[in-house]
Design a protein around this ligand. Structure first.
Ligand code: NAD
Length: 255
């Protein structure tokens, strides 16, 4: 067993790959030797992530993909197989945030949209990835949950519902395939410095101080710190780790 994260010869598929955690993880996979499909709804962002990967000497396929659309997900995976021949690891990370609002003030359409992307999108990705991973002899999937997947947050009922759901789907799917060499786990980031978090805080010193106050470590996480945990979960070092929701959050949800 290698102690390094070596993904040479492996094919990785990353959603939400044009920003924040997804981009950092796509780059980390590429730097560890994997060829990477970056699948995101933002065409322009895909091209920029692809440019960064190529600049780092990696192989990349950029595909526009709205994870809430079954046809897009299937087409992105089909192109991955046509281009790279197989699939070994998937990081299902695309997600959207919820504006702060108590449950009675959440618009029906906003609830439906966050469920469509954060939950249905994850279901569609796993549904179409699993047969490809099994065909390649197994592999690993990591799904992005959140601190809001393991506890409640006032003003975040819709988001927290989807992120709790990510963990339920991960644990159940992990049991479906545990005997087939396919490991499925989740990652639960704390407050990470990404464009999503900038939107959430409004980018103001007060907004930023308010979220950092939730962090025992006294700072936001960096996307690369989440990427490191995702690579670990996808590596052979985590061969006995199945259905786990790994919290990487500077202590945010400990107390
Ligand atoms: P981000 O907004 O910076 O990036 C999200 C990415 O998802 C973008 O590339 C966006 O284009 C893509 N995306 C959005 N809708 C999509 C769709 N329908 N189909 C495909 N791609 C789509 O966010 P981030 O902070 O990097 O968050 C990434 C994931 O981590 C999300 O699931 C988020 O809920 C989760 N998360 C983030 C934090 C944090 O503090 N930043 C904390 C916990 C969990």
């Amino acid at each position: 067993m290698s102690l390094a994260h070596d993904f040479t010869g492996k094919i990785a598929f990353v959603t939400g790959a044009t920003s924040g955690i997804g981009r950092a993880t796509a780059l980390a996979f590429a730097k560890a030797g994997a060829a990477v499909t970056v699948a995101d709804v933002s065409e322009e962002g895909n091209l920029e992530t692809a440019r960064l990967i190529e600049e780092a000497g990696g192989r990349v396929l950029a595909v526009r993909c709205d994870v809430s659309e079954a046809g897009d997900v299937k087409a992105a995976l089909d192109r991955t197989i046509r281009t790279f021949g197989r699939l070994d690891v998937a990081f299902n990370n695309a997600g959207i945030e919820q504006p702060m609002a108590p449950v009675a003030e959440i618009e029906d359409k906003d609830f439906d949209r966050i469920v469509a992307i954060n939950l249905r999108g994850l279901f569609l990705c796993m549904k179409h990835q699993v047969p490809l991973l099994l065909k390649a002899g197994g592999g690993a999937i990591v799904n992005t949950s959140s601190g809001a997947g393991v506890r409640g947050f006032a003003g975040q009922a819709a988001y927290a519902a989807t992120k709790h759901g990510v963990i339920g789907m991960t644990r159940s799917a992990a049991l479906d395939y545990a005997k087939h060499g396919l490991r499925i786990n989740a990652i639960c980031p704390g407050i990470v410095d990404t464009p999503m978090m900038q939107r959430f805080t409004g980018g103001t010193p007060d907004g930023i101080a308010r979220v950092i106050a939730q962090e025992p470590v006294g700072r936001m996480g960096r996307p690369e710190e989440i990427a490191a945990a995702v690579l670990y979960l996808c590596s052979d070092l985590a061969a006995f780790t199945i259905g786990h929701a790994m919290v990487v959050d500077g202590g945010q949800t400990v107390g």
